[in-house]
Design a protein around this ligand. Sequence first.
Ligand code: 26Q
Length: 831
Amino acid sequence: MKKIMDDLKESEMNLSRLKDYSFEDDLLHHFHYTLGRDHFSASHYYLFQALAYTIRDRLVTRCRQTIEQRYLQSSKQVAYLSLEFLMGRALTNAVLNLDLASDVEQSLRSYGIKLEELAQAENDAGLGNGGLGRLAACFLDSCATLSLPVTGYGIRYEYGMFNQSVNNGYQVEHPDNWLRKGHPWEISAPEQFQRIKFYGQVRIQIDKHGRQHRVWDNSQDVLAIPYDIPVPGYKNEVVNTLRLWKSEATDEFNLNEFNAGSYSEAVATKNLAEQITMVLYPNDASESGKELRLKQQYFLCSATLQDIISHWVDNHGANFHDFNNFQVFQLNDTHPSIAIPELMRILLDEYELTWHEAWRVVSQSMAYTNHTLLPEALEKWPVELFNYLLPRILEIIYEINARFLTEVSYHWPGDIEKQRNMSIIEEGEKPTIRMAYLAIVGSFSVNGVAQLHTQLLSSGLFKDFYLLWPQRFNNKTNGVTPRRWLAHCNPALARLISTKIDHDWILDFSQISLLGQYSQDSEFIEQWATIKRANKDKLSQLVKSTCDVQFDSAMMFDVQVKRIHEYKRQLLNILHVIHLYECIRNGEVEHIVPRCVLFGGKAAPGYFMAKLVIKLINNVAKVINDDQVAKPFLRVAFLPNYNVSAMEIICPATDLSEQISTTGKEASGTGNMKFMMNGALTIGTLDGANIEIFDAVGDGNYFSFGAQINDISTIRENYNPQSIIKESANLSRVVQLLESGYFNLFEPEIFTPLIKSIKDPNDQWLTAYDFDDYVAAQTKASELYKNKTQWHSRSILNTAASGYFSSDRTIAEYNKDIWQLVPSHQKHSKT
Ligand code: 26Q
């Protein structure tokens, strides 16, 4: 065995020295031999796959070198735990980061095909719902680019985010079978499987010294098989890893059943095990409390922790004293917070640490990021479900809580109310576990994702915890990767920028501020405008082919794409569209600046109001687009199946970015940053990271409107939307038109729930309150758009002010304040 390993090692070294395999030869080899194809079976998909394997070879070499170097440095590392990684396509990203564009172009020439075309053949890896999942993907890109030893750990869902189509204006969901044609980027490591326990009971065993041990008995076990996906840094030779776990049945299970002669039961068991990683849960209130979702969470955490601990023990033996100096777990929301009691379980039950020592190690290695301000979105699980599914974990949570409540009682002696409010267990008829409280208690760092969000967490949702442990709380304003969200998705603009600033801006994105000096340069403005126009033409083609709506690039492109949710207020936007249409119908067109309004986004399958908003948008769009009078002024489209790849076409083509959530509800937002980077101007409330965008770009370059956070509670106290509607001529007309059934002629009453919600004094989203101010801000935007030179000048200023919103900055802050990793010394040079 030793001889084989030595030989292999030598040949690996030879391989990595032989960098000069021709790209073309490799491509041919993979096409003919890896895929077994010939010229009869040439298709875009096979060519894409061959190209992906060719590039993967180069990634694998670098990945091995990255691992080896870190092993030699024995450096501290981070595991980024997330139920979601919304990676999108990988091919063009790898080409950019490995600087392979010319190799690829050249080798594709003989096939008469362009990289851009071939790239379309790749399915999006849609393993996430929205912001939180895409943030994880941007973070992985930044960590690799900054040479930080960070590994992503997630689930290899067989079905990702559902595909959306629109039928008669309604959303229809279709399964996303993204792996069907194979996934060339992944490499499985079945020999590194982990075993995960579910169900069963806890038994107390007394050893010969009279000591008690907890044994988790009669469990039903499932295997976790790792699949690794390479994550290349930008031109720095670093390749990190995203490790995704797939569930499989254990062999014994199958064997036992087979031996009993029950073939079908055996197969059924296998299905049960494989169900765990079958499907990504949509972010949906109606899904709360689902057993399978809890299984997913525990499966991910247990597999990851066992994997990391077994490596630790291989290298350090069963001595965990220094573990927390070498390992941080960053928890992406509460979804993986079960990692806290699971690591306790491993250290207590498998390595026999004392509670005190185990708790020190655990609570010094966990760090928690919160992504929501909606109290109803905080994760809670029934105690009963835990007791049944994860009995040993429940015991540990009880113990964590008991010790924690003792601490609370020291801090607030005699204050029973405090103890009840802060308890990890919410008492009641059906007691539940408050996962956010568990996450705070078990972590050394708790962060929000924008300044306002962190302030509101400390003064609201988590106030008592802030009072107890103020030093634990910190802010890390989100960011997005300028590689995917500028260099890759807007190559023409990237080239133009590079004519003015050293190419390094892609790595040191703070340099983008140097663009500011060209905001009055008429030649530069002209070039900027030409590129925007070409990007708009490209988006128009997409809208035409998918929605059969003709956009006109001479008109303003006004865009809102994001998950459909009441707090994001797509309803407010469509009310404004109806207002514009009203003006047009009444011949009040002299102030109208022609616009194409684009919507996109998925509604959770069980979210009635969000789905109704989609229907309203589509019905309004149909009426307006069919009206020849409106045509010169207004076009409206709902783009089905909004995803990462769609955003890569949308954000470079947008003039006006809609960020109009009810103040205090959007934790951060990250779409806002992608639009800004690509030179869109924002119309927005002062919510989440919008506030920081507003501060960075300055008042004149941002259309701000709406209630502000300090006024919100007073507004809610005596909110009377009916009287607001009465007082507002514009809103009255809009509501009347809606109520007249103009947009639902043969579908009586279907929009009544939406109209009612606007008029409801308990309307949480304050739609009526913000309407007039929103219209006023829209009018300002229109006025500015009349002067194209002025508009583009401010567009340049927006890109120039976007430096802060690079995820490289965000990750540098995570590293400085939370992780304290040492970058591996890899060069920043061309390969
Ligand atoms: C929970 C229980 C069961 C099933 C699914 C879920 C679930 C899944 C996804 C709950 C929430 C999510 C996603 C939340 C999310 O995307 N939040 C967004 O995170 C962004 C990154 O920080 C912020 O910019 C957004 O403001 C925030 O809404």
